[in-house]
Write a protein that binds this ligand. Sequence first.
Ligand SMILES: O=C(O)CCC(=O)C(=O)O
Ligand SMILES: [Fe+2]
Length: 281
Amino acid sequence: MPLGVENTDGKIDGRDQIEYAAEYMASYQNQQDAGHRFYHRLRSTNPWPDSIQPDLRPAITEYVSRGLDVAGRLHDAMCLALNVDPRELARFFAKSDDEEPNFWSIKLVSYPPISNETHASSMAESLQGVGAHTDSNFLTLICQDQNSSGLQVQHVGGASIDVPQTPPNVFICNIGELSELWTGGYFLATPHQVLRYSSNAHSRTSIPIFYNLKLDSAIEPFNTNDLLWERQGQNQMRRNQNKLIHCVGENSIKSLARSHPKVFARHHGDLRILEDDWIVM
Ligand SMILES: O=C(O)CCC(=O)C(=O)O
Ligand SMILES: [Fe+2]
């Protein structure tokens, strides 16, 4: 996605990115099979640049495999922390012998620094890198370049907190919307945004891995009666009209459609996003 194509809440995001996602075998890409749903068009393969950059595919494949392994351990730790049988969660994910994979994705993201001229003309201290949002998947692991800053997360109390620069091999973990749905709101999806400052000597570079369930899973909360709801009554930033949808495929396509309206107009003109965030064909 080149700079200018993506937006958050109608405001252009100042970043460009390359995105890869779980690869689906031909049998799973078939648009005509019985029970086909509109979000099945997310099943595809990646246009790897093998002829010009043969190292990229193996590097990403290895990196994603290890990153998903780390996310899997966090997933187990969440079950332990909540005193929930891991099978309560495992049923929404692909089994080792499943043909259909989990719908993970990865982005290679670059936020260019603000030039002095842009800074002077906009009079703003910072510009939007990516606007405040929550991720539509289960958990996100962000690896940021060690010279990068600009990421902010929002505390449940409402304050935005700068995420400090991190040494190599450190991940920042965001709770995604599906974790919020699974825990009945006990784990809240982390609102976050990226700001571009003129004082940033370096552009921000980050590589988020989006750990996710199978597209066809419909996540349901486990029995949360025994949890201590110490967060009750606290405000959390809620994006305007952000419906959290239990069906993983629908929740995933919702956020893609919203952020990339030009892509959707060009390739998915048959889909309509309703005011309340539902997508219909
Ligand atoms: O660049 C980052 O660190 C954040 C990226 C992000 O929030 C996203 O792509 O959903
Ligand atoms: Fe995000």
